[in-house]
Design a protein around this ligand. Structure first.
Ligand SMILES: Nc1nc2c(ncn2[C@@H]2O[C@H](COP(=O)(O)OP(=O)(O)O)[C@@H](O)[C@H]2O)c(=O)[nH]1
Ligand SMILES: [Mg+2]
Length: 345
């Protein structure tokens, strides 16, 4: 991200709703009306409304393609395209988040999308039953102008097949970890997370209601040890907080989206999680904690999803021009963050 003035007043003016310390819950506190005030940025800057809108527009207009399912690390094609991965316990909502990001919900489309698609309209299969995704599934997200993202076949000789797509990215939906050990879950997945050069950031999804579990902590420790950049996203936030100030609706058209919890309570919860994901020693998760719902809309937008979209674009090296109505553009390759670097603590 471009260097920004560091004067506190600047940050306060631009991001009035984020506090250095979470506010104590108080009935006297004025309500915060911005329905997306569920994210916490303590090392990064929150996107402006215009930036969130740009990120929304990029993903909903993008050409998205199921590329391939992979079981072994050595099967991964070479690639010119940056990747991000979704990982987390089984049933935490990884595939649903992927669908939400590209706007592929059940009601929006009448038909099954290409191979890899699940129920009508879904890009990635979702399921009530844990452990549904067994393979590493690759989805290409590209601009229509750039021709989307695809796997270019091998041209013989030294020219192996390759993932290509100008101004695109790949989202990798990884199998969930369930009851077994990390070894059982997949040596191949750990290899992917720790060795893949194209991987720019791993997003670890944690169920907002269930909180962090030992399996999450153990994965975080492995990533920390390997110096792999990762970030936590709290999924299914609708199970603990939905704002009273917004118009609520479920994406599947079912009833049952009503205000729940309070913002100060949520912020205290985020505060507690911080200690776990950013231990005092040895680095930790990116200092940006996002919370979202793939299934509930607030004022017509899936709750918190634009902030996730923005984080993904930041992870793969997009910069945003300042000012309303400006277009997003990609920074030159050499400026993009690379994997295997120690995270900023
Ligand atoms: N309440 C709620 N349920 C969700 C949300 N996202 C996913 N789910 C449900 O959680 C279950 C598992 O979702 P899925 O995306 O398949 O999880 P995965 O195993 O991590 O890929 C499904 O029944 C989804 O309907 C959400 O944001 N809110
Ligand atoms: Mg899944």
């Amino acid at each position: 991200m471009a260097a920004l003035p560091s004067q506190p007043h600047y940050i306060c003016q631009r991001y009035p709703r984020f506090h250095p310390e979470p506010p104590a819950p108080s009935i006297h506190r004025p309500p915060i009306l911005d329905p997306e005030a569920v994210n916490w940025y303590w090392d990064t800057l929150a996107p402006t409304i215009a930036e969130r809108a740009q990120a929304h527009s990029f993903f909903t207009k993008a050409q998205r393609t199921f590329l391939r399912s992979i079981t072994r690390f050595r099967e991964w094609p070479q690639s010119d395209v940056p990747e991000v991965a979704f990982v987390g316990r089984s049933n935490v909502g990884k595939s649903s988040l992927l669908n939400a990001i590209v706007g592929a919900d059940l009601k929006a489309h009448g038909q099954r999308e290409k191979a890899g698609g699940g129920k009508a309209g879904e890009l990635a299969r979702t399921s009530k039953h844990p452990g549904h995704t067994k393979t590493m599934n690759l989805y290409g997200i590209g601009t229509v102008a750039g021709g989307g993202v695809r796997i270019r076949p091998s041209r013989g000789g030294n020219e192996h097949e390759k993932i290509v797509g100008r101004q695109g990215l790949v989202i990798v939906d990884l199998p969930g970890y369930g009851e077994g050990s990390q070894t059982e879950w997949g040596i191949e997945i750990v290899k992917y997370l720790t060795q893949r050069k194209q991987l720019r950031r791993t997003f670890i999804l944690v169920d907002a209601y269930a909180g962090l579990k030992d399996k999450d902590r153990s994965l975080m420790a492995s990533l920390r040890l390997a110096g792999v950049p990762y970030q936590i996203i709290l999924s299914k936030i609708d199970r603990i907080y939905l704002p009273a100030s917004g118009v609520l609706s479920r994406v599947d058209g079912r009833k049952g989206a009503r205000p729940i919890g309070s913002l100060p309570e949520l912020q205290l919860k985020l505060h507690e999680i911080r200690a776990d994901i950013q231990p005092r020693m040895g680095g930790g998760a990116l200092g940006e904690l996002l919370a979202c719902s793939s299934e509930v809309r607030v004022n017509g937008r899936r709750f918190g999803i634009d902030a996730v979209r923005f984080a993904i674009l930041q992870a793969v090296g997009w910069e945003f021009e300042r000012g309303a109505g400006k277009r997003i553009y990609r920074v030159p390759t050499e400026k993009r963050p690379v994997n295997h670097k120690k995270m900023d603590a």
